[in-house]
Ligand binder design. Sequence first.
Ligand SMILES: [Zn+2]
Length: 411
Amino acid sequence: MKYSHRYPAYPTQEVAAELEYHIDIHRQAYNYTLYEYENVDADDIGSAYKHHYRLPGWKHEFPVFSTVNSKALQRTVTRFYDNLSNLKDQKNNGNTVGKLNWKSPREFQSMTYSQSGFELKNTSGRHATLCLSKIGDFKIRYHRDIPDTADIKEVTIKKETTGEWFVSFGLETDEADLPEKSDVDSLDVSNSVGVDLGIHNYIHTSDGKTVEWLNLEDEYERLRREQRKLSRKEKGSNNYENQRRNVATVKRHIKRTVLDYQHKLTTWLVREYDAVFVEDLDVKEMLEQSHNARNKQDAAWRQFITLLEYKADLYGCHVVQVEPRGTTKDCASCGVETAKPIWVREHSCPSCGFECDRDANAAMNVLQRGFSELGLGWPESTPVETALPTDTAGFQRVSAKRVIETGSLGA
Ligand SMILES: [Zn+2]
């Protein structure tokens, strides 16, 4: 299984200058690959693998290519062919595409060390050290451990438009080393959870937890302020460029805060439960009448589910997306459908008399559908009786702050 972890990096000025110098040589290598691909007729052109054989010749002709790590140089040639094949895929999918262009320094801000030439050290604290051959050492903020079972296949070093540096580790864990998912037959209401993705920025679990979403009002206000400032600057001026950077910084900060939060939430879920069920967003989107207004939140939930799914394999948890139709209307206890407008926060079943919070009822339905997706019947003792607090007072509210500080929602 392949996945990646990304970390902020803090090279000294000296090392940063060296990184920039190397990236620019890689940019020239990329452009030269394009040049040869388009203009040179030779047997060793046409695939990354073949093109790698030309590199000794390059180094002979242009000694500057010898100053960078040679595996990384191969990787840059491969990057060109990867882009080429992405372009072909898009074309095959019926998209209008141009051709690959020469990269200007602004468009080429990263390089990748592949297989060798890098070493990650001092990983026990909050900061680790990354050593790159031919460049030097620098610190990264090591806020997430790389799993023991993971092999680091490659490292990409990137300078963002904000001027900040990041490294991204391409990781691979053998299928055989992944924890086994528990037997489907062993799943029940005590080790499985249905999650309702709320419209009003929270998640709700079938075992009675309401988890607040981050309050980002201050950040969004700051973004609006910076954007207003930008609109008053003269396009193309130095001030405009500086302000554009400020806007980008705030946007990135918001994006990262959300991602970090979602990492904590999803890790908690897959560690805590053997099975996690969520609504299928693709279907849900089709059902929503006014989904435009919700785009931002939908994008966030999409990312949440993507994280959940990849962690399912890493932590040995079943993650299943279920049919979202009617999760709010159907009674979790007897299945009878009752229409309720959005402002009605209580579920009160006219048929069986079951009463609970509207979202708890929805989360319970998600749980039930998850079981049936996995081919399991509904357990004898209904979770409605055993697992669900029947009044809202019984809910455990978990604040975003607590998730951030402890990485947990547990009691
Ligand atoms: Zn009912």
